[in-house]
Design a protein around this ligand. Sequence first.
Ligand code: FAD
Length: 322
Amino acid sequence: MKYTDGKNIMVYAQSADGAPVGAALETVSKAAELAKANGEEVIAVVFGKDTDTKTVITAGASKVLVAGEEGLQAEEKAQILVKLAEKYQPKAVYMAGTPEGKMIAPAVSAVFESGCVTDVTGITADGVYTSLSYNGNVLNDMKMGENLPHVATVRSGSFAKKLDESRTGEVIAEDASADTVRTKVVETVKEIAETVNLEEAQIIVSGGRGMGNKENFALVEELAEVMGGVVGATRPAIEEGWVSRAHQVGQSGKIVAPKLYIACGISGATQHVSGMIGSGYIVAINKDEDASIFDVADAGIVGDVTKILPVMIEEMKKRKAE
Ligand SMILES: Cc1cc2nc3c(=O)[nH]c(=O)nc-3n(C[C@H](O)[C@H](O)[C@H](O)COP(=O)(O)OP(=O)(O)OC[C@H]3O[C@@H](n4cnc5c(N)ncnc54)[C@H](O)[C@@H]3O)c2cc1C
């Protein structure tokens, strides 16, 4: 199934409990800017008839196709997106770079034998895609081949969500469904199902192995709470059982882009840094002044987390009481 002549940008607007996720709205807004530059439009796809299509239109979609159910598996959503892409022949298909988006994107491009770029942080109107590699130290600019649609997952926080209440659009019900589903949910593990909204958080306080034990890790949780933030963690902190896997930031965890990221007792391994390098302002606390986390930090505190965090917590409490 191939085509080389396409128009418009299709965006899968992922949702949770009927609300489009922030990264999906960012993707729709970026697509709207690119489509406008080329005299085209954004055709969004949402799953589930109760999804908030109004917000997707507000973010920049001219058409919103409503298909299937939000709870469908990634494989089913990919098959439906393929059918809709076949029908509407878009030039490109974008989606948020969430774990689900990263499962769907290659499945769609494989059917059309077209290109697929993941973790995109920049897109130009003439189709140059920028993505990060080598821990964010190298920016790759890529163009995809002639087969369409060009498929991309967008890294959370790369583009601004631009909501404009005056925008109008058309909502179209589509009855496309998946044909054969080979994946089967065998078991849903509570930990994985736990919702920790790291991707949307403005403030994240993360703890690593340097927190030492579960009792000390509670300091990370307390600081996050007084600052109105969300708790993040490195893989070792999770493997130690101090916090659930839903909090993991990094290559095999979540990609985050808060305004403020406080890294406590974290060495700065590539696999962790690749998940938080997009943060607006990074504060690192580590007793080793040579720790590589300081290479990516905007502000560094050399010292013992068990002494520094209680002071920060007290100070925050005082400021809040004022
Ligand atoms: C395929 C693969 C995928 C991975 N995915 C991820 C991922 O998604 N996320 C992730 O985080 N890791 C991931 N890892 C693991 C990663 O390589 C590192 O091992 C991990 O990030 C290190 O975690 P850490 O910084 O908590 O621990 P460490 O590297 O052990 O660092 C602990 C730090 O704490 C400091 N410290 C110790 N005591 C104190 C104290 N009292 N006060 C202040 N500082 C102190 C130390 O100086 C040290 O710098 C992955 C690894 C692989 C191979």
